[in-house]
Design a protein around this ligand. Structure first.
Ligand SMILES: [Zn+2]
Length: 786
């Protein structure tokens, strides 16, 4: 503790503020930082299509593509054979001499850019036959689109040029603004094994489950930001697709059950009377799912293969894509749910391999997800929502339909992690209906705009499902391992989808965590929730960009967040605050009765040097001790006694003070000067907890702007009535601080790092480090892509 002489009368406001500034800027550590300057030219200039507020501008426009498709699923050969008529509406102010079409299936051609630029060597530990056949190029089947005809509305062939996964159709005359053009395409392709986004899963019983997506030639997006968005499909960067209306007739083996984006138009033609009755019953049950196809019936169906065909007709309006699923192995259940006054049919399609998990949870999780997300964004606008069980891990989203992992062991047992993984992936993929299916961002360019926002909402929906849900992303502490990783293995969140390293932590976990921190710590729930919802309202059924999101979050909340976007979205620096030193001051009471007694106590506590201790034993004060008269006089003087002169001086001093000044003098307040360092780089709010000597605690919160004059090293004074025994920085783990050992003052005793003792194995190979494996699991994309 240091005593502070109260300099009464010198605290004029001007002087004190100058003093405070200088006190904050120790010259050696002063850093003229720009972290709180505006983003400026990093954001595009607002214009009539995209306003400075982050809302769509007065002249906002977007294109539209309608599809009328007939497709046959050839189960015997695992092929898709389709024809489509596309009607493309030009709402742009531009003449379009050509159109760009996405040919996503060409990702699986041998010469695809995504295939030929794959890196990595042979794994000496061993590789699967599939991996090897891919490396060796020995696959017997050809994959990718086989396009057999492209014709205009009159039936005349159109000239086209294919550039890998993109195809240009040259129009005979440019498509004028506010006009539309129709053309038709015929194609077929071999379906790949499920690769995380689409394909088939083959079972030992000889049957296939199909999950069919990006299966038809579809329009690329033409917009005010990129013109044509025709970045190649390399596998990692997802899809950029315009809205439109779809009518799709799917012909499948007559014993298949088909589920798809949109509403089926002809259930009465494709379902049995029993199935129709069950479906109608399901449409009245808002409590639990009703089975339309039971497990018994599904198991019976997988024993034979029907020779006939059935055609299922689906319609979907204002969607950005269309996907479907088909199998004779499917169990099918359905339940109605009401979301903000609208009835929505929730359905699950799964083979017996998914049970008992799937019949218990899938459809209930769909309904929960729609309610949770709708409350934070916009009410779910579509009539159905579907979850299908595709392969053990991962998940993939399409409008109204998603393909999800989460599979028990063959004997029906399952671990907690499989159960929570399944519920989490269904929440995530159903949640994608909102981002990017409705709030239709450019996934090929910005992975975080759908994955990050969706993972944030997923975290909230998981906690609403089960207050103890072991969410693996969202909480600041879970991003620490990633933020600690070497800067040359990280890219900013604002990186192109195809160039992102550490994809799961970068595109999912970090933006989700950043939003959680905004909500809990930077903005507060009320300001954040309104702004986030306003973003969804503004951009539902439109194409937002990052700037539209950043601007809306500030525009609707009144919080300047440019420093936060810079730190969390444009950079790779971590957060590391260090509580380097705490100095304790108290006002000198000036009362001689107090100060002299305190001096006495302090002197008595003084540590004695070794020499003094020895002198006490060894040395005789020969003159004084030999002379009793001298001894009495010599030792009767009390240097701690309060003299009349002391009292008068104190009384004179008190007479100069006002009542308020006197109260302050007698308050006994403690003043703690905390020295804080920003070691990580990203400035964040400072949250400090004082634990007082009596065991009670108090929390002091300072906004991130505390770093605006100096982002390296600051001092902050905190006055307290009680004495502080322990200071703790970030006591509730809110800011993703990568080093919490420098967050206590006095420093806490170090915790040991646990390591395992192992016996040398024969051959000398080491056991894998279980800690390291766990780490990777905690921050990586467990269970594959979703
Ligand atoms: Zn996702």
């Amino acid at each position: 503790m240091r005593r502070l002489i109260l300099a009464i009368g010198v605290f004029c406001a001007g002087w004190s503020s100058v003093y405070a500034q200088r006190g904050n800027l120790p010259s050696a550590e002063f850093n003229a930082n720009t972290r709180f300057e505006q983003l400026g030219t990093a954001l595009p200039t607002p214009n009539s299509t995209r306003a400075a507020s982050g809302a769509p501008g007065k002249e906002y426009w977007q294109q539209r593509a309608d599809y009328d498709i007939k497709v046959e699923l050839d189960d015997a050969n695992q092929r898709i054979i389709g024809t489509e008529t596309v009607t493309y509406f030009n709402h742009s102010p531009d003449d379009l001499p050509y159109l760009w079409i996405q040919l996503d299936q060409n990702l699986f051609k041998k010469d695809a850019i995504g295939a030929t630029t794959q890196l990595g060597g042979v794994n000496p530990q061993g590789m699967s036959a599939g991996q090897l056949s891919k490396l060796a190029g020995t696959s017997t089947k050809e994959y990718g689109y086989n396009i057999t005809s492209i014709k205009d509305a009159k039936g005349n062939p159109l000239h086209t040029v294919t550039n890998h996964t993109m195809m240009r159709i040259d129009l005979p005359t440019p498509l004028k603004p506010n006009q539309s053009v129709s053309f038709s395409v015929e194609w077929n392709y071999n379906i790949t094994e499920y690769y995380g986004r689409s394909g088939y899963e083959f079972f030992k019983d000889g049957n296939y489950n199909y999950f069919i997506a990006h299966w038809f030639p579809r329009m690329a997006v033409y917009d005010d930001v990129n013109g044509w968005q025709h970045k190649q499909f390399l596998g990692q960067g997802e899809f950029t697709v315009p809205f439109g209306n779809y009518k799709v007739a799917i012909t499948a083996p007559s014993d298949h059950i088909v589920g798809a984006t949109g509403e089926c138009q002809n259930y009465s033609q494709v379902l049995s009377k029993t199935q129709m009755d069950r479906l109608n019953k399901a449409k009245k049950n808002f409590k639990e799912p009703t089975l339309i196809v039971t497990q018994e019936e599904a198991v019976a169906a997988e024993k034979n293969k029907a020779t006939g065909k059935k055609t299922w007709v689906f319609k979907a309006d204002n969607v950005r894509d269309f996907a479907f699923t088909s199998s004779r192995k499917f169990i099918w259940d359905a339940m109605m749910t009401n979301v903000q006054g609208k009835d929505i049919l929730c359905m699950s399609y799964f083979s017996k391999e998914g049970n008992p998990l799937w019949e218990k949870y899938s459809t209930q999780v769909i309904a929960h997800t729609l309610k949770s997300y709708s409350a934070r964004t916009i009410p779910y606008p579509y009539p159905v929502a579907i979850s299908c069980h595709a392969t053990p891990g991962g998940g993939m989203e399409y409008p109204m339909i998603s393909f999800n992992g989460g599979r028990p062991e063959p004997d029906g047992t399952y671990s907690e992690s499989v159960k929570y993984g399944m519920i989490g992936v269904i929440i995530h993929e159903v949640g994608h209906n909102f981002f990017p299916m409705i709030v239709n961002s450019d996934e090929r360019q910005w992975s975080w705009m759908d994955e990050g926002l969706n993972t944030f909402c997923q975290y909230l929906a998981e906690q609403e499902w089960d207050r103890n849900y072991p969410s693996r992303r969202g909480e600041p502490q879970y991003i620490v391992d990633y933020m600690k990783s070497a800067p040359n293995t990280q890219v900013p969140i604002m990186a192109s989808s195809d160039n992102i390293m550490q994809f799961g932590p970068n595109a999912y976990a970090k933006p989700a965590t950043a939003l959680n921190i905004l909500r809990e710590t930077v903005m507060g729930r009320e300001l954040f929730d309104y702004a986030f919802q306003e973003y969804a309202r503004r951009w539902a059924f439109k194409h937002p960009t990052p700037a539209d999101f950043f601007r809306t979050m500030e525009d609707a909340s009144g919080v300047d967040l440019d420093w936060f976007w810079k730190g969390w979205f444009y950079g790779v620096e971590p957060v590391d605050q260090d509580l380097a030193e705490v100095e304790w001051f108290a006002i000198d009471a000036m009362d001689p009765a107090i100060t002299k007694a305190a001096q006495k106590a302090a002197d008595e506590k003084k540590r004695q040097t070794m020499a003094v201790q020895r002198n006490k034993k060894d040395i005789k004060q020969t003159v004084v001790e030999a002379n009793p008269a001298m001894n009495d006089f010599y030792n009767s003087y009390d240097r701690y006694a309060v003299t009349e002169a002391d009292k008068k001086k104190y009384a004179d001093y008190l007479a100069t003070l006002s009542d308020d000044e006197r109260k302050l003098l007698e308050s006994g307040k403690n003043f703690y000067t905390l020295s804080l360092k920003n070691k990580g780089g990203v400035p964040m709010p400072v949250i400090l907890q004082a634990k007082y000597e009596d065991g009670t605690t108090e929390v002091f919160r300072f906004p991130a702007e505390i770093w605006r004059m100096n982002d390296v090293s600051i001092k902050k004074v905190i006055p307290t009535d009680k004495k502080v025994a322990q200071w703790t920085l970030d006591p509730f783990l809110e800011i993703a601080d990568i080093d919490t050992e420098n967050n206590s003052y006095p420093r806490q005793a170090a915790q040991p790092t646990r390591f395992q003792m192992y016996k040398q194995r024969q051959g000398g190979s080491q056991q894998p480090n279980p800690m390291q494996q766990q780490r990777q699991g905690a921050s990586g994309a467990v269970g594959g892509r979703n």
